[in-house]
Ligand binder design. Structure first.
Ligand SMILES: [Zn+2]
Length: 639
């Protein structure tokens, strides 16, 4: 799937809206760029409507029935046009009904302050506003063949507006407690999704519907029934960063919905008129979506006068013509994975421990998923509980059952604790937190090749005792650096063993006392990564993909059942911090690459170009060699 999300937010002060729109040029541009679907606007954040409507908020300078012309022209050319409605932001409504805005518990109105340029956030616990939205949906279905609906800004803060106070009190929530306000806000969002999807599906069963919150995490479970598919909004240079998409994608693909990765053609972020990304960056972001088995969506915007930006469309076209070559290898492609990382329940968009785990495993070319407690873990040889996975009874039972069935656990720091004690089957006793931050770690047999020195560990460890096999031990510094006493510029040097383990192995898995994943995320410490990889070598001795690729290369294996073939995507683009954002300017070469993939013996192996690739099959692994590739390559193993 090659989609475009065509933003179109225009102040009512902007003149000549759509005056230069030319349906033929519009569609010709889309066709040349091999676009299959383009999301166009019914109502923008300004609350302005872009077709001839009976509703009062038609843009005052709309020069033509723009959305109708977009839909008619695209449908003639076989291009889908999902319709965009801004929900949480509507400046027109916010100015007409200021009391419909969110109100925080300390009385601040949601969104921008009165003297700031910016959006004002509406409360979604609001019957008249939702009726207004339904009225518009009704109108859209009466006017157009609707290909889908995309609702934006599906957020609800801990609102204490009059309506929310009345509803919370009536429904037994205590507005004085933050947790209650959050729980009520979740319920408001659930009600909105349930109400709108039911309304839409009554008119057109199966109509695509998506609710965008700029992120997807396990909290989506309760309302997943109201989504037809998922779109992962993730503009790496627009505040999301390059680590956001793979983390969300590795989880979203567990949810049994088709999904898209949405980036933007903007150099920085949405609404950047005259800002264009480096071509290699957009190519990487889209091909990464493909490698994750996701469709592609590129965010662009229509110019107010209704023209497509020619520079943007050169970029989009060049990218999508490359993506189109991968399309036959995307249909029905499923990731082939061997291990999973359990996501914590967190309000952060990216949890630090998860980000560290994602980095380490990606850099070492492991094939893995991110899962929640409701996923089926039985298909994984091991599950990682990174740093902060404390257990309730249900999760404790799930971990123990998984281990009873032979699954291995790699846990660190607080993971595995249940009310201050480790699971009864784990040979670990928790004494609280280490008195030292930082302390040191000395690798023991058989890990002595990691180095026979005490390594500094830049975050506080759990103080643990264990009679199981120690793989590393903790060392103390002479004293904790503080205002009372210090030595030298940085932390205090190592003095000797603490007589406490830093890593322990037993039948069920391996436990580390330090938060290694957070350490890797915050400090990039080589030893944190080496320790995790040493543990993986013990617990998962035969990974699916092995190679001599550098840590900057990404290798992702998929399988297409219908075609009975494995697909190895190889990507080599390296984001570099050149300013406040990470920049990709060049696709980078990989030379003399050797890869071994644990699959059945293939009939033939070939590249994206169709060129045959010689291979060897040895002990259940097919081996290939690539003399040189630049940026991206696909290796197809046909069984
Ligand atoms: Zn409210």
């Amino acid at each position: 799937m090659r989609a475009v999300h065509l933003d179109f937010h225009n102040s009512p002060l902007i003149k000549d809206i759509g005056s230069q729109f030319d349906p033929e040029i519009f569609v010709q541009t889309l066709l040349e760029a091999e676009v299959e679907s383009i999301t166009c606007f019914a109502k923008c954040h300004h609350g302005m409507i872009y077709y001839y409507t009976k509703l009062p908020a038609q843009h005052p300078h709309l020069k033509r029935d723009l959305l109708r012309e977009q839909i008619d022209a695209c449908h003639k050319a076989g291009i889908k046009v999902p319709i965009y409605i801004s929900l949480g932001l509507d400046e027109e409504i916010a100015s007409l009904h200021p009391h419909w805005r969110e109100v925080s518990h300390d009385g601040k109105l949601g969104g921008s302050a009165p003297l700031e340029a910016g959006w004002k956030k509406l409360c979604l616990n609001n019957e008249p506003y939702l009726s207004y939205v339904e009225e518009q949906i009704e109108e859209l279905f009466s006017l157009f063949e609707v290909d889908g609906l995309f609702f934006d800004i599906i957020h609800q803060g801990e609102c204490c507006c009059h309506n929310c106070l009345v509803s919370m009190t009536a429904e037994g929530y205590n507005p004085e407690i933050s947790e209650d306000r959050k729980a009520f806000a979740e319920k408001v969002l659930l009600n909105v999704k349930k109400r709108l999807s039911s309304f839409i599906w009554e008119k057109k069963p199966g109509c695509p519907v998506f609710y965008n919150a700029g992120h997807i995490d396990p909290s989506i479970r309760s309302s997943l029934a109201y989504y037809s598919h998922l779109e992962i909004e993730s503009l790496p240079t627009g505040g999301w960063g390059y680590d956001h998409f793979p983390i969300v994608a590795r989880y979203a693909r567990q949810l049994n919905r088709p999904y898209l990765g949405m980036t933007g053609r903007f150099h920085k972020s949405w609404a950047e008129y005259g800002g264009y990304k480096q071509p290699a960056a957009l190519e990487y972001e889209c091909l990464r979506s493909v490698a994750f088995g996701a469709g592609c969506s590129i965010g662009d915007q229509l110019l107010p006068e209704g023209r497509l930006d020619p520079e943007a469309w050169k970029l989009i076209g060049d990218t999508y013509r490359t993506v189109a070559r991968y399309e036959p290898y995307l249909q029905g492609a499923k990731p082939v994975t061997e291990l999973a990382v359990l996501m914590p329940e967190t309000e952060e968009r990216i949890d630090e421990a998860i980000a560290g785990a994602n980095r380490i495993l990606t850099e070492a070319q492991y094939q893995f998923d991110l899962v929640d407690s409701k996923c089926d873990w039985s298909r994984y040889a091991m599950v990682i509980l990174p740093d902060c996975i404390e257990l309730d009874q249900k999760l404790a039972n799930k971990v123990e059952e998984y281990q009873r069935q032979g699954g291995k656990i790699l846990a660190s720091y607080h993971s595995g604790l249940q009310q201050g004690q480790f699971l009864p089957s784990w040979p670990l006793k928790y004494n609280g937190e280490s008195e030292f931050d930082p302390d040191y770690l000395l690798p023991l047999s058989p890990w002595q090749d990691l180095g026979q020195v005490p390594f500094v560990m830049h975050e506080r460890a759990a103080d643990v005792e264990s009679k199981a096999k120690w793989l590393a031990e903790r060392w103390r510094p002479f004293f904790q650096r503080s205002w009372r006493h210090f030595s030298n510029h940085f932390h205090t040097p190592p003095e000797g063993p603490l007589n406490r383990p830093a890593a322990v192995m037993w039948d069920g898995g391996i436990y580390f006392a330090h938060p290694l994943f957070t350490i890797y995320r915050r400090h990039g410490s080589p030893i944190a990564k080496k320790l995790v990889l040493a543990a993986l070598k013990e617990l998962l001795p035969e990974p699916i993909v092995v190679s001599n690729a550098p840590s900057t290369a990404q290798l992702l294996l998929n399988y297409q059942a219908k075609e009975n073939r494995y697909l190895l995507h190889i990507l080599h683009y390296v984001p570099e911090r050149r300013c406040d954002v990470d920049i990709i300017e060049d696709p980078l070469p990989l030379v003399d690459l050797k890869v071994g993939v644990k699959v059945k013996q293939p009939q033939r192996v070939y590249l994206l170009s169709g060129e045959e690739l010689p291979f060897k099959y040895d002990s259940g692994r097919v081996w290939i060699e690539l003399e040189k590739m630049v940026g991206h390559e696909l290796v197809v193993f046909e069984l």
